[in-house]
Design a protein around this ligand. Structure first.
Ligand SMILES: [Zn+2]
Length: 281
């Protein structure tokens, strides 16, 4: 997971933009009447997210009994994510925070949606709160578990609040069969606290990242073959290994975890692969 900077937009910015397209006077009055509550809830969210205690925020059926869950969901869908609305400008600005447009949850696919970190059906109060809206790809958005966590360890990683790239946790092993492939797994360091370890393992499993990274690496491996064959014939297995280590070290200068880092690390450690495992029989 890649960390993102907190959005500099607030729920007040989002509500003001959404209200521009609320024609019904009664609905607009009720939405305005909960604005102060949405602002206070946003501060509470920020406080809890900073402490990994978002699970302490209880789900609700509505906002202060004045605006229903259905109305908040309709506000998000009709006045915030819908194109050509003022709300959509806020939506697009939040989504644009994804580095290079890449989903921060998987680090691979395009961030083409916003994921409600706390689901809008369980927490209608945060339906249009920017710090609850995380750029993500469609797959990560749909795979994310929507059930209410009951402890910090059950909380999904939050790209605005969590940083898990301070040490290596993503690894792979080579399946030494023709054609070579990789199996990815999460193995966080023992010096991390149990909560952080559990959350990373849960993140990796719930988003089916093993499958995604195997698919990415299987697509990439054939493109390396020609270069490795040249190296094997000129410098032997050690030359192949040195090349793979250079590719690994180049990437480690940028971050600690990516499927490419796990792949080059695993390939460089496989004597079978370095001795010609990449050659198609
Ligand atoms: Zn993703």
């Amino acid at each position: 997971m890649r960390k993102l900077a907190l959005p500099n937009l607030t729920v007040s910015d989002a509500l003001t933009a959404c209200l521009a397209h609320v024609g019904d006077a009664d609905r607009a009055t009720r939405l305005l009447s909960v604005q102060a509550h949405l602002v206070a809830a946003e501060q509470d969210y920020h406080h809890n997210a900073s402490l990994t205690t978002l699970h302490k925020i209880e789900p609700t059926d509505d906002v202060l009994g004045l605006v229903s869950e259905k109305e908040m969901v309709a506000l998000y869908e009709g006045n915030f994510s819908r194109t050509k609305t003022q709300g959509r400008q806020i939506y697009d600005a939040v989504r644009a925070a994804a580095t290079h447009g890449i989903c921060p949850l998987c680090g691979v696919q395009r961030a083409n949606t916003l994921d409600h970190h706390l689901a809008k059906t369980e927490h209608p109060t945060f339906s249009i709160t920017p710090i609850n809206l995380v750029p993500s790809c469609s797959d990560c958005n749909h795979s994310k578990l929507t059930h209410q966590p009951s402890s910090s360890a059950e909380e999904a990683l939050h790209p605005y609040y969590d940083f898990v790239d301070d040490d290596r946790w993503l690894f792979a092993t080579v399946v030494e069969e023709d054609p070579a492939s990789l199996i990815f797994f999460a193995d966080p360091p023992g010096h991390w606290d149990q909560t952080k370890r559990a959350r990373v393992i849960r993140h990796f499993g719930s988003l089916s990242l093993a499958r995604l990274y195997t698919s990415q690496s299987s697509d990439h491996l054939p493109s390396m073959r020609f270069r490795l064959e040249m190296l094997l014939s000129s410098t032997g297995p050690e030359g192949v290994r040195q090349h793979l280590l250079e590719e690994l070290n180049d990437r480690l200068r940028d971050r600690n975890n990516s499927w490419q880092i796990a792949m080059y690390d695993a390939l460089s450690k496989s004597q079978w692969y370095c001795s010609g495992g990449f050659v198609i029989a």
